[in-house]
Write a protein that binds this ligand. Structure first.
Ligand SMILES: [Zn+2]
Length: 209
């Protein structure tokens, strides 16, 4: 037990928090659901924090493509999430957007928040990167989460099949090698991402003719 345990609103062991992971490709509504969940819990008088990393707005906010937004805390690699949450307390729940980009150690800290401090953790993120391989943080969430949900908001490949995988497109071509995290879709950037079905991810057909 750390000295920070004394700051928790719930004595260790009296109530377990839940750790949930919601995953899906880009544009499937993850950030929208994260913001909706924050709104719903807040209305019930629960006290929450919203965390994000590399949001598309480029600032410490969670934004969704349909125009919703909320202030958020940017998760730097060296940020200890247990310390962060306990010093902002009392906190009932934490919304973690873009959790695929957190460090594995930070995912362990989210489990500590649930188990040691009774805080509910709702994590949202991509499962796999542009190579169709799992992000380390997403893998750890699959291993540790109490509940895992694939978000079913329909995002379709250009062919109409369900979108499953995020392709990185550089100068019009699907690429399969490079850094795991490159933020794209930021304007004139030559890097963009496109959601494809498994078939077209594997064949590299972007539907551009
Ligand atoms: Zn397709």
């Amino acid at each position: 037990m750390t000295e920070l345990s004394a700051l928790s609103s719930v004595p260790a062991g009296s109530r377990d928090g839940v750790l949930r992971f919601y995953f899906g490709p880009m544009d499937c509504g993850k950030s929208t659901l994260a913001l909706q969940m924050n709104y719903n819990h807040g209305r019930q008088g629960r006290r929450g924090l919203v965390l994000t990393k590399h949001d598309r707005s480029g600032g410490p906010r969670v934004t969704s493509r349909i125009g919703l937004g909320s202030e958020a805390i940017e998760v730097e690699d060296r940020l200890d999430l247990v310390t962060l949450v306990l010093t902002r307390g009392p906190i009932d729940y934490v919304i973690c957007d873009e959790a695929c980009f957190y460090t594995v150690e930070q995912i362990e800290q989210l489990a500590d928040l649930a188990d040691e401090h009774g805080i509910d953790v709702y994590a949202f993120g991509l499962a796999s990167d542009f190579r169709s391989q799992m992000f380390p943080a997403a893998q750890r969430l699959f291993e540790l989460a109490d509940e895992i949900s694939r978000l079913q908001v329909e995002v379709l490949c250009w062919c109409g099949r369900p979108g499953r995988l995020n392709a990185r497109v550089v100068e019009g071509k699907l690429v399969r090698t490079g850094e795991q995290i490159v933020i794209g879709d930021t304007g004139d950037d030559p890097v963009r991402y496109q959601v494809l079905c498994r078939r077209h991810y594997r064949t590299g057909d972007l539907g551009t003719g």
